[in-house]
Design a protein around this ligand. Structure first.
Ligand SMILES: [Zn+2]
Ligand SMILES: [Zn+2]
Length: 355
């Protein structure tokens, strides 16, 4: 089979590899769609903490079952979206249904081969909790957004986004867009998005009710420690002086320092959703403000199988309308186009589609 193999940082090649065997108790999947995540681009460019080489990347996976080893409620021919976690099912977090925190976690496309290939093996653990049946005529490229949407569900659960909240999102890329749609669905009172790329601003304004702060002219995503900073005064006027309830980072460019805390209302929460870039994560935080205003900063990484299932439900029922986020589809043989569409931020999401 053809597969895009990442051999070392910067070196990804299309190779002919043996088709994987159907694992005992598991299934063999023919890949129908696999979306490119910002993390895939990061892994290609600079590696990743959880990555082992050589590796077939791709963790936003939709495929058709061609072989299945046992009765699992699924059968040959079924179209499925796959939760990319492979959790042990026995440790404390797994037993608490927080399987994205599994102590023995493996992740497809990180330390287990993923979906940028013609076929992939689904281990037995995936059939018990991670393979989500899709309606037959549902667009597989759209279904591939279930995993990133599930990660957004995780970030918004951790920060308790709820009705009436004012939510500030940094970045209107695919993740910022999914966060905006989800926050609106949860009944957020106001969604504010800070973005600098004009095409992304146009798209988010067209498809959501979010209020956009245009960062294109000199206005930094990072409020300065100087109190006269523009972003801070814009947030104050957007919120009638009360500040935002939740900040979600959907770009690695955000510096998480005390100036961010000044944008928050009392009881405000910040989600470090995007992995911050070096130089942006060793900042001083004003713990005194955190104490007096009961503020919270929480990290989010991945999603649980329950959140993944919920994301599939939101997409397939049309409660979240995200088709506009898929802006490029390529064949596996042109996977480099999909990656450059992502890294150049030309559009939003690119999806590698099979047959
Ligand atoms: Zn991802
Ligand atoms: Zn576990």
């Amino acid at each position: 089979m053809k597969a895009a193999l990442l051999k070392s940082p910067g070196v990804m090649e299309l190779e002919d590899l043996p088709r994987p065997e159907c694992p005992p108790g598991g299934a063999l999947l023919k890949i129908v769609a696999c979306a490119v995540c910002g993390t895939d681009v990061k892994m290609l460019q600079q590696g990743h903490r959880d990555l082992a080489y050589p590796r077939i990347l791709g963790h936003e996976i939709v495929g058709r079952i061609v072989e299945i080893d046992r009765a699992s409620g699924l059968k040959e021919g079924d179209l499925c979206q796959v939760w990319p976690g492979i959790a042990c099912g026995r440790c404390g977090p797994c037993l608490r249904k927080e399987d994205n925190r599994c102590r023995n976690m493996k992740i497809m496309g990180f330390n287990f081969d993923g979906g940028f290939a013609e076929y992939m093996a689904l281990p037995v653990q995936s059939l018990s909790r991670g393979a989500n049946l899709l309606p037959e005529n549902f667009d597989p490229a759209l279904a591939a957004l279930a995993e990133p949407l599930a990660c957004c569900i995780n970030g918004q659960e951790l920060t308790g986004v709820s009705e009436g909240d004012v939510v500030l999102i940094y970045g209107a890329g695919p993740i910022g867009a999914l966060h905006a749609l989800l926050a609106e669905l949860k009944g957020a009172g106001k969604v504010i998005i800070a973005e600098k790329l004009p095409e992304r601003i146009r798209e988010i304004e067209k498809h959501t009710r979010a209020r956009v702060i245009d960062l294109s002219d000199d206005l930094s995503i990072n409020p300065s420690m100087d109190r006269s900073n523009d972003l801070e005064s814009i947030i104050q006027s957007e919120t009638g002086g009360s500040g935002v309830d939740v900040i979600l980072t959907a770009t690695p460019e955000v510096k998480m320092d005390s100036a961010q805390l000044r944008l928050l209302a009392p009881g405000g929460r910040i989600c470090i959703f995007s992995g911050p870039r070096p130089g942006n994560y060793e900042e001083q935080i004003d713990l005194r403000s955190m104490h007096y205003h009961e503020l919270m900063i929480v990290g989010a990484y991945g999603c649980s199988s329950r959140q993944n299932r919920q994301a599939v439900e939101l997409l397939t029922t049309g409660k979240i309308r995200a088709d506009w986020i898929v802006t490029k589809r390529t064949a596996l043989s042109s996977i480099e186009d999909a990656f450059s569409h992502s890294s150049q931020r030309a559009g939003l999401k690119s999806v590698v589609c099979g047959v």
